[in-house]
Design a protein around this ligand. Structure first.
Ligand SMILES: *Cc1c(COP(=O)(O)O)cnc(C)c1O
Length: 454
């Protein structure tokens, strides 16, 4: 066989025509959402006041293994997909490892991450339902950017509540969203009741993700033609992100490869959930047995140190109760630059797979080690990775070095979820050595964990 290329792409005709719904092949389903007051299970109908109908249906779908990607979404995907499968020849050489390391790179679109895969789907269904507007929150800005691109394309209004400190620290993110026509409001704002009451108590607050979520939900409830959208955690987001895994699997088949190890970073769990989905399907149905590793920051270790319990999805405690690995909805991670990994909980699908032993392992890594890996990767593979993605790179390097020790020629597939162009402040603090790791002590975690029942 001729040499495997640096980059393997799919032809247009080889692109996935459906998303893969891993829940159909799971031996047991995760527990349902519960109403926070009555503690009764919630169905699709109960969620329709907040989310658009088709997404509610997808959220609870446990019967359709494949769900067709509507042609309009497939066509939008063609503007930036397929994403490349990259053989990391240079990194392998640097590590002197017999392992073959592949990265699936999702940063080649203007939003800079995989989040556009679900944004496109969510906006399309909202438009089809005849809604006139969407609203969401954004912290670091990746989700708001992806959504503003999709809203511009499909023609629907978008209001983004951006955590005030982030909108001040990341003016370029805000500018990109505004370029695509989104209305960006620094949160807390005077446009909502919850925002006004927070400002009354603390006029100088920099805001929080929890507050921005509460403002976005309040706006969505104010009109029947506006809905709230979420960029991670939920089952329908993992479903849309399966396009990453399906493409990766098809590309690997083209070059005669199949991964022994699959590694990804996990914030809310959507990029790893999507990358691993079809391979997890193989594992669940006994066709293959790849080893899955989720990587999280030591500063926000929901899988490695959290509790598998019912908890709220937001700090404001407005969402339904979700059964997941969580550090408690009040958990505030110390300043950590990987903004996309600062979430107290984890996708219910990923949580269930981890709890039942199908997602084999979770590892927490420290930030300085992550940036060391990011810098090494950038120098050898030419791509400047997002800090979130660099968590996965760090573990890929560790596994590559293990293969060097053992001489095993393993095939390693890694999720490279985004580009780091918008995170140069974080790279600067690594370079000038002001970066710290901020790992919570057991005493720090105890109060949040104690609040939840098993
Ligand atoms: C948002 C984000 C993440 C974390 O979210 P998941 O839902 O866990 O995928 C990871 N990487 C990048 C680049 C992101 O923007």
């Amino acid at each position: 066989m001729s040499k495997i290329p640096y980059r393997t792409y799919l032809e247009e005709g080889e692109m996935p025509k459906s998303w893969y719904n891993v829940k159909v092949d799971m031996k047991e389903q995760h527990d349902p959402f519960l109403h926070p007051g009555t503690k009764q299970p919630l169905g699709a109908k109960d969620l329709e006041a907040i989310f658009c109908s088709e997404l509610c249906a997808q959220e609870v779908n446990m019967t359709d293994r494949f769900i067709e990607i509507p042609p309009e979404i497939a066509e939008y995907y063609l503007t930036y997909r397929p994403s490349p499968l990259i053989r990391a020849y240079n990194l392998e050489k640097e590590l002197d490892t017999p392992a073959r390391i592949y990265f699936k790179f999702e940063g080649n679109n203007t939003s800079g991450s995989h989040k556009l895969n679900s944004a496109a789907a969510q906006v399309y269904y909202a438009k089809k339902q005849g809604l006139t507007g969407l609203t969401t929150e954004t912290g670091a800005g990746q989700w708001g950017t992806a959504l503003s691109m999709a809203c511009a394309y499909f023609g629907i209004d978008l209001t983004v509540f951006m955590v005030k400190v982030s909108s001040q620290q990341k003016p370029y993110r805000k500018a990109v969203m505004e370029t695509y026509g989104a209305k960006v409001i620094a949160s807390p704002s005077t446009t909502t009741e919850v925002g006004r009451s927070i400002l009354e108590k603390d006029p100088d607050t920099g805001g929080s993700l929890g507050c921005a979520i509460s403002e976005a939900i309040e706006l969505s409830m104010s009109s029947d033609s506006i809905r709230y959208v979420l960029g991670s955690v939920l089952d329908h987001v993992v479903l849309h992100q399966s396009v990453i895994g399906l493409e990766a699997k098809a590309a690997m088949e083209k070059i005669g490869e199949y991964p022994d190890i699959i590694i990804g970073c996990a914030g809310g769990g959507s990029n790893l959930g999507g990358l691993m989905a079809p391979f997890m399907g193989d594992k669940l149905t006994g066709k293959a047995n790849p080893y899955f590793i989720a990587v999280e920051p030591a500063s926000c270790p929901s899988l490695t140190r959290g509790k598998y319990a019912y908890d709220f999805g937001d700090v404001g405690r407005t969402t339904p109760l979700i059964k997941m690995y969580t550090l408690g909805s009040g958990f505030m991670p110390s300043a950590n630059h990987a903004g996309g990994l600062r979430y107290h909980g984890m996708s219910p699908i990923m949580s269930k797979l981890y709890h039942d032993g199908y997602l084999d392992e979770a590892r927490a890594v420290e930030q300085t080690a992550v940036f060391e890996a990011a810098t090494l990767f950038a120098k050898h593979e030419t791509i400047l990775p997002a800090p979130e993605s660099a968590h996965a790179i760090k573990i890929a390097i560790d596994e590559g070095l293990k293969c060097k020790e053992s001489g095993e020629k393993k095939t390693i597939l890694v999720g490279l979820s985004g580009t780091g162009y918008f995170d140069m402040q974080a790279y600067m603090s690594y370079t000038d050595k002001t970066m710290s790791d901020g790992i919570p002590s057991d005493e720090d975690l105890a109060p949040g964990l104690a609040e939840m029942e098993e």
